[in-house]
Design a protein around this ligand. Structure first.
Ligand code: ADP
Length: 736
């Protein structure tokens, strides 16, 4: 029943991890805390129960600006939803109030401060909620990175609505924040469901920042025409980067707290509607952003904590397809954050500094990025992730790390720990600039000691030594707080005595090939022209519906459409992310575009799914088209006849046939493959000892088509199962 609703309303075959368990908690009325990473599918955990339970479900969300999108998105799935927040006019409030009293709504989004107003409580007194979900629940915790005072009010919800179960959802919670959420919300015997934080489709890269925007531009160039987010620390940097990117010809717009609400909303909507290459934003942007096709997130500067970094990068690749996360950092960023933190209360400042140090460690160490990130949330991954610069081998440890570090550290010592990174770099590269000569540093034994390396490379190593705490950066006494000098730490002195060894890395020049390969991979079988045509159509449909493009179809859905090219409604509903409602709303125009395009370009239509698009295990249940084909096979039709009758490609019908053979437990292939040939294939297959078809094909000298091999192998699987009375050897079905 839950699976049927999932297919009917969302068009998905399977639940994502923990969705089913989370839904059962809601349906069973047991309080719960669900921690799923961004993109883990939290909304469905309360939307689906809202659909199948009577009564009104309430979702508390801090994101007033996004409630309209959330409501649109729920409505698009066929859920009767509305929002209740301060942006509603008196008339709108009256309409929503009436809809609640008249039991017309399944789901109500409400801001935390509005839930407990007298008006709302009056309305709910007549229709008590079926359950209450609290989105972004980490905002309730003072220990979290995003504490919101208005969330404190939610501590009383349990008393206000006795007997109503409470379900907290968040994408980010360290163990400490988790217990804080349970305590602050007064959850009773709560089930705590912790999702996997590992997001293998995100490919992480970290580099020290070089001057100018070249690094950012080179990432964005590879993704032209696709959406991204660029994060910077301050408003002025956001404005500056945005201006420069415009000059490079990118369609970008800024987003930060210094802009008016209207301007911010306009720019956010432009990104949602696929009208921008990227939005350039401070951390003010993004919580609750449900744009599934963000293909890259670039941190042009250091993020403030690993929690925020995980959340911000988590906005990439929510559709499960590959996406890249780049971090370009510099020592200056650390100082910028420190200045910002200096104006905070002392506890906030101290925990902020600890969090910053963790980000610096992450950036400058050579440990698998995924491992550090999931480790921060108390989880582990095994082996190499193969989706970060460290594991992909894009960064190599310099073999002479110890000697390089000794040269740098001794230069710092010889400059009497009174100069900054810039000056030390100049001395090491043998500069004769006035300042170097003024202090007589050209006479130091360390002058020119690293002249074979670029200044950028040496700055990077200094950065790594800072991050690994062999150096520290302190304000020079008597100078403005802006001038910092490098000093050796105790660990740094140990390096000089060769009692400790830092790991210094340098980039290897092959990252572009690796990441490009990863991107191409997720587009397997997709016809690029059709994909583009479908994107244009999506834009039109979105504009007509005044909805963001991703609400119409996700990128993953467009790719599946451009790969499988359905030409009738039955096939359309088999496409990833298309349920009944979407098929009915958009089906006719999508199908007519696909038919037209494929006829003009002589492309095969009605192709089978490939594993890549589906998340989780592929479904074993035959879809509606396959079942229709089964009936025709039952009537004794050949593959060619079924193909004609159903107007499907022969390759698709062969897929159905193999499913048919499995479903009907047929073990005699002679209806489709001549017996002598079948015998030969079966013999080779029995020696091949593998599920792969290629070795069998090769062993038969490549002369036998894959289709015949697949049929025989499918039948052999049934033969090997030792039939227990229900199967037959004659190719006719016994099992209905
Ligand atoms: P979260 O709120 O946890 O960040 P969302 O609820 O926005 O995640 O879901 C992320 C994406 O995953 C959305 O595009 C959503 O439609 C998709 N999704 C949700 N559940 C499933 C599922 N069972 N199968 C495939 N995709 C899903």
């Amino acid at each position: 029943m839950l699976h049927q609703l999932l297919k009917k309303h969302w068009g998905y075959d399977d639940f994502l991890p923990l969705q089913h368990e989370a839904i059962e908690c809601v349906l069973g009325g047991r309080d719960s805390l669900v921690v799923l990473p961004t993109g883990g599918g939290k909304s469905l955990c309360y939307q689906l129960p809202a659909l199948c339970q009577s009564g009104l479900a309430i979702v508390v969300s801090p994101l007033i600006s996004l409630m309209k999108d959330q409501v649109d998105s729920a409505n698009a799935m066929g859920i009767a939803a509305a929002a209740w927040n301060s942006s509603l006019s008196a008339e709108q409030q009256r309409i929503v109030g009436r809809a609640i009293r008249e039991h017309q709504l399944d789901l109500l989004y409400v801001s935390p401060e509005r839930l407990l107003t007298d008006t709302m409580l009056d309305i709910l007194a007549t229709s008590p909620p079926s359950f209450i979900a609290i989105d972004e629940a980490h905002c309730v915790s003072q220990w979290g990175h995003d504490f919101r005072p208005e969330y404190r009010l939610l501590g009383t919800v349990k008393h206000r609505f006795p007997g109503v179960s409470l379900h907290a959802f968040t994408a980010t919670a360290t163990p400490q924040v988790r217990s804080d959420i349970v305590a602050s919300l007064n959850l009773e015997s709560a089930a705590v469901l912790m999702g996997e934080f590992h997001r293998p489709n995100l490919i992480y890269h970290v580099r020290q920042r070089s001057a100018g925007l070249n690094q950012i531009v080179s990432v964005m160039e590879r993704f032209r025409g696709q959406a991204g987010i660029v994060y910077a620390i301050t408003r002025s940097r956001v404005e500056q980067i945005n201006r420069l990117l415009n000059q490079y010809g990118f369609r970008t717009r800024p987003y930060h707290a210094g802009m008016t609400d209207d301007d911010r909303l306009r720019n956010q909507e432009a990104l949602m509607h696929d009208q921008l290459d990227a939005i350039v934003a401070t951390v003010a942007f993004g919580m609750g952003i449900d744009k599934s096709n963000v293909r890259y997130v670039i941190h042009a500067e250091l993020p403030r904590s690993l929690e925020s970094y995980q959340q911000e990068t988590g906005r990439a690749g929510r559709d499960g397809l590959d996406a890249e996360c780049w971090l370009f950092y510099s020592a200056g960023d650390y100082l910028t954050w420190r200045r910002i933190l200096d104006s905070s209360p002392v506890e906030v400042r101290d925990s902020g500094l600890r969090a910053l140090q963790q980000v610096m460690d992450y950036s400058t160490s050579l440990v698998c990025r995924h491992r550090v990130l999931v480790g921060h949330f108390g989880q582990q991954i095994s082996g190499d992730c193969q989706s970060c610069d460290v594991c992909l081998g894009n960064l190599a440890v310099a073999e002479d790390s110890l000697v390089l570090a000794q040269k740098i550290l001794s230069c710092v010592a010889r400059c009497r720990e009174r100069f900054g990174a810039d000056h030390i770099t100049k001395v090491l590269t043998g500069s004769s600039e006035a300042k170097v000569l003024k202090f007589g540093h050209e006479k130091l034994s360390t002058w020119g000691l690293l002249k074979e390396y670029s200044r950028h490379q040496i700055r990077d190593w200094i950065q790594q030594l800072l991050g690994q705490q062999f150096l520290r950066s302190v304000p020079l006494s008597g100078q403005s707080a802006r001038y910092h000098v490098l000093q050796l730490t105790d660990q740094g002195r140990q390096v000089l005595r060769a009692q400790a060894t830092p790991s210094l890395s340098r980039p290897v020049q092959r990252q572009a090939a690796v990441t490009a390969a990863a991107i191409v991979d997720s587009r397997e079988g997709v016809d690029p022209g059709l994909f583009e045509a479908l994107r244009d159509l999506r834009r039109e449909l979105a504009q007509e519906a005044s909805a963001p493009a991703y609400i119409v179809f996700s990128d993953a859905t467009l790719r599946d459409l451009a790969r499988r090219r359905p030409i009738d409604e039955l096939l359309l509903q088999d496409v990833h992310g298309i349920g009944q409602q979407k098929a009915a709303t958009y089906g006719p125009r999508v199908l007519s575009l696909i038919c037209d395009y494929c006829a003009r370009h002589q492309l095969e239509t009605g192709l089978p799914a490939i594993g890549r698009v589906r998340r989780g295990e592929p479904s074993r249940t035959p879809n509606a088209s396959a079942l229709a084909a089964f009936e025709l096979f039952d009537q004794g039709m050949s593959v060619a006849e079924v193909s004609r009758q159903m107007n499907r490609a022969s390759s698709t019908v062969h897929e159905y046939l193999c499913e048919y053979i499995a479903a009907r437990q047929i073990n005699d292939p002679s209806r489709w493959v001549p017996p002598e040939l079948a015998e030969k294939i079966a013999l080779v297959a029995s020696y091949a000892d593998t599920d792969r078809l290629r070795p069998i094909h090769d062993a038969l000298h490549g002369r036998i088509g894959y289709e015949a091999i697949k049929i025989v192998v499918a039948c052999e699987k049934n033969r090997n199962k030792e039939p227990s009375g229900g199967s037959s050897r004659d190719g006719r079905p016994h099992v209905p």
